[in-house]
Ligand binder design. Sequence first.
Ligand code: COS
Length: 390
Amino acid sequence: MQQKERFGLTEEEQMLRDMVRRLAKEKIAAGAEERDRVGEYPYDMLELMKENGLMGVDFPEKYDGMEAGLLAHCIVVEELAKVDASVALIPSCQELGSLPIILAGNHEQKEKYLKPLSTGETLAAFGLTEAKGGSDVAALRTRAVRKGDKYIINGTKTFITNGGVADTYSVYAITDPDLPSHKGASVFIMEKGMPGFTVGKKEHKLGIRCSDTRELIFEDVEVPVENRLGEEGEGFHIMMKTLDFSRPSVAAQALGIAAGAFEYATQYAKERETFGKPIIRHQAIAFKLADMAMKITAARQLLYKTCDLLQAHVGKDLSRVPAEIIRHSSMSKAFCSDTAMATTIEAVQVLGGYGYISEYPVERMMRDAKITQIYEGTNEIQRIVIASTL
Ligand code: COS
């Protein structure tokens, strides 16, 4: 039995957390403001992730991953997000884009695509959302028509993280429009450079500004049948399961943003003086910090419990994901991201005018926090999912 800390980390997980915390402090924090201002994909940070083995923490060992578990991945994402949520998105998006292959790929697909994804040699993207919406998955319209041993894919995907930098894409498309989408959709592994596959312009965003978000455009793209994940018609379920396993990673990113803003605001409140004492001694500020501390601690416990539940399900029959798992995944995503938003708004308030300028990190953290309430299912969708499992 491995020794556990009081909140449940094994020795290995604690060592990983401390290593990433050091890395974040020494090599990532200082450049965060500049990366946010420039808004270009941070290839130097990708190299740093690869050098430190952080791209495939939760990927199977058999396919060159570390297989340290979902909680270990979330710890990595949290520690990175404490200083830069965009850098945290590098391993987080790798996990999201690769999960359909991990969950539904066969041995050949994993050998070919998962191995280089595990090490970060290639980058992944998750192609689900379309311009008409991402919340109502059953209404998506990208079409795949089978012709012999190929599928011909037409359609457009929107708001795809890593859109312009990825090599391997998991793409959702309708294969039988006569069936309800829950039974008539499939997922395909697509590669950068396939004829007819182009990407649109880069989106300019409020936060996570150095991540690369684009449209994917498919015009008669020929995809070999062997690139289909699972059986034809399993696409909806593959994507739902992927989201069950990937939402904790967004929760971890949100938790990291919240914790980073809280730590900064607390330190500031101890040093900044008004009316003859540090502002942390004024009840108005002290109560804000107390509320942040409560929410962050609760959010972390919920996330860790969710990871444990999901981990216990790895390798089991995924055709029936238990309601408790689906519910916890959505609860941790919604709770951690609502915590990130509330905490960062208050952190800006604690810093007053300084909180509003880019020399101090909390305004960036407030902008970065917002997306965590929106992507991988809006928090309104999470509440629908939670309620549906009660
Ligand atoms: N995990 C596993 N299975 C799930 C599931 C989940 N989270 N959610 C639904 N399913 C299964 C259901 O069990 C049902 O299975 P059967 O066909 O065997 O009965 C099937 O999928 C259809 O479920 P449901 O009727 O609830 O489907 P809806 O079309 O009503 O979908 C939601 C509802 C909201 C759950 C779905 O559209 C969704 O998750 N939307 C958000 C998508 C998202 O996160 N987009 C962001 C893009 S990624 S950045």
